[in-house]
Design a protein around this ligand. Structure first.
Ligand SMILES: Cc1cc2nc3c(=O)[nH]c(=O)nc-3n(C[C@H](O)[C@H](O)[C@H](O)COP(=O)(O)OP(=O)(O)OC[C@H]3O[C@@H](n4cnc5c(N)ncnc54)[C@H](O)[C@@H]3O)c2cc1C
Length: 462
């Protein structure tokens, strides 16, 4: 079926996943209405409906590739407007346990900007598409369905201005992109559907972010410095060039070990992370705002894909389905990959089978990110690691050590982190050999000594 028979899709939520979805829906629907409680048009500051927008937002290479495909030329546009572009393995300085990964050119893009900047550019592209309309400062209230509750036929909304009347938006498809606080689970129960299982992994993560104008340059030819948290060193910090000639600095810790939000405490936390170059550069940097914190207690995945039935005319996307440990920087990329899954189903013809859509969302957009994150966060559930998990951790630790010495291993590792390649790519025989060659002859103590030197002298910059 073409556009003739598909009249209106209503997207609930105009954040990243709502925007990606709206773009894809214009290929199949005459009108795509995006509803959000916030004012969106022209907004380039963090907004209420997306409080995480004040924190650093990295865009993984695979997500960037989808965005550029959906909005050709948007990367150039953003770089002209102040975003920074580099090579994922060549211009991002990755540190693990204080040791820098070997750098080399990978051809994978790393775009750094603030979250509101990225959203504003993507939103402007979506707003310019024919058939798209935005209903801003409007609350989504509840679904409207057929009498037998088998089909969603629209959604009730109300403007935020005082005295605004409720109105119904008729829709051939309603897509819930309202984020983690999505009300679809409650709506389903009210309509007599079973509740979707929720998978939760507790991490007790805390973020604190501050923006600076740098006076000394910690970057050299790099665009960002990323000190990743590891089981041995569970605190992390990111320092990245972003739009507006600013540098964003974020620190994070897990299981209640949260970076303080007072300036001295924040600096002291940064000092405790194995990233002396970030700490040193902050000594004479000019703060542009106060440190802002954010708590992320639990990774959450709603298993709509396992439900026996689901109403027609309703789909869910983005954080509303799965919200992932932010320190892996996967959320926007998963949302972009989900939009391509949605497009695949739209091209199969109407109506979309919701359960088939959710199963494909799991397989093609979520599983890889979720498994990578869950595998990298030992101790996140009550059950201890299995023998296979222990073996996997031991091997990944070797990969990480080898990646500090061998650029090819570093690239393979970063391709997995960036969701470009599956984790299985790390066990191809040629790579296993490289990993062993780089770690068997290097006893752990010598690596520790290497790390100590790096912490004292600062990491390599090339
Ligand atoms: C601290 C933190 C850091 C992060 N860092 C990264 C990162 O580095 N890289 C990355 O890729 N991802 C990151 N993420 C995840 C990323 O923010 C989300 O995955 C991304 O925003 C996609 O979410 P979404 O569009 O599904 O929902 P959201 O971004 O949560 O947006 C939901 C939208 O729905 C609207 N809305 C909600 N309820 C209603 C209602 N009833 N009526 C009307 N409108 C409503 C809101 O106003 C909002 O616009 C981070 C998340 C957090 C918490």
């Amino acid at each position: 079926l073409g556009k003739q028979s598909r009249k209106r899709a209503v997207v609930l939520g105009g954040s990243m996943s709502g925007l990606f979805a709206a773009r894809v829906l214009t290929e199949a629907y005459h009108t795509v209405t995006v509803v959000d409680r916030d004012e969106l048009t022209g907004v380039s500051q963090p907004r209420r409906g997306v409080p995480q927008g004040r924190q650093v937002h990295g865009l993984l290479s695979s997500g960037h590739a989808v965005i550029e495909e959906l909005f050709p030329g948007v990367t150039d546009e953003m770089v002209r407007a102040g975003a920074h572009i580099g090579d994922l393995a060549g211009n991002l300085r990755w540190l693990l346990n204080g040791i820098q990964l070997a750098q080399s050119h990978s051809g994978l893009t790393a775009l750094t900007s603030s979250r509101p900047f990225l959203e504003r550019h993507v939103r402007a592209r979506v707003q310019a598409l024919p058939g798209v309309e935005f209903l801003e400062r409007t609350d989504v209230l509840r679904l409207r369905t057929s009498e037998d509750h088998r089909r969603v036929t629209g959604v009730w909304v109300a403007g935020r201005e005082k005295g605004s009347a409720e109105q119904v938006l008729d829709a051939d498809l309603v897509l819930d992109a309202t984020g983690r606080g999505s009300r679809t689970p409650g709506w389903l129960m009210e309509l007599g559907y079973p509740r979707a299982d929720e998978e939760k992994l507790t991490i007790g993560l805390g973020y604190t972010t501050r923006h600076y104008k740098m006076r000394s340059d910690p970057f050299g030819t790099d665009t960002a410095i990323n000190t990743m948290a590891t089981p041995r060193n569970p605190r992390g910090a990111i320092c990245a060039k972003v739009d507006g000639d600013r540098t964003v600095v974020t620190a994070y810790g897990t299981f209640g070990d949260h970076p303080p939000t007072d300036p001295e405490g924040f600096l002291a936390f940064i000092r405790s992370v194995s990233a002396p170059d970030i700490y040193d550069a902050l000594q004479d940097a000019e703060p542009l705002d106060d440190p802002v914190g954010y708590r992320f207690p639990v990774n959450l995945r709603r298993r709509y894909d396992r439900l026996p039935r689901f109403p027609d005319g309703l789909l869910v996307i983005g954080d509303a389905v799965c919200s992932l440990n932010p320190s892996y920087a996967q959320g926007m990329t998963v949302a972009a990959l989900e939009a391509t899954t949605l497009r695949h189903h739209l091209r199969q013809g109407a109506p979309i089978d919701p359960l088939a859509y959710f199963r494909d969302l799991s397989t093609y957009a979520i599983d890889r990110a979720w498994d990578l994150m869950a595998g990298g966060d030992p101790g996140v559930d009550d059950v201890g690691p299995t023998r296979t998990e222990r073996f996997r951790h031991a091997y990944v630790t070797r990969v990480e050590r080898a990646a500090t010495r061998d650029a090819e291993v570093a690239q393979a590792y970063l391709r997995v982190i960036a969701l470009v390649e599956p984790a299985e790519s790390l066990i191809r025989p040629s790579l296993v050999l490289r990993v062993l060659r780089n770690t068997l002859g290097a006893p752990y103590s010598s690596l520790r000594a290497h790390r100590k030197t790096l912490i004292q002298e600062g990491p390599r910059t090339s």
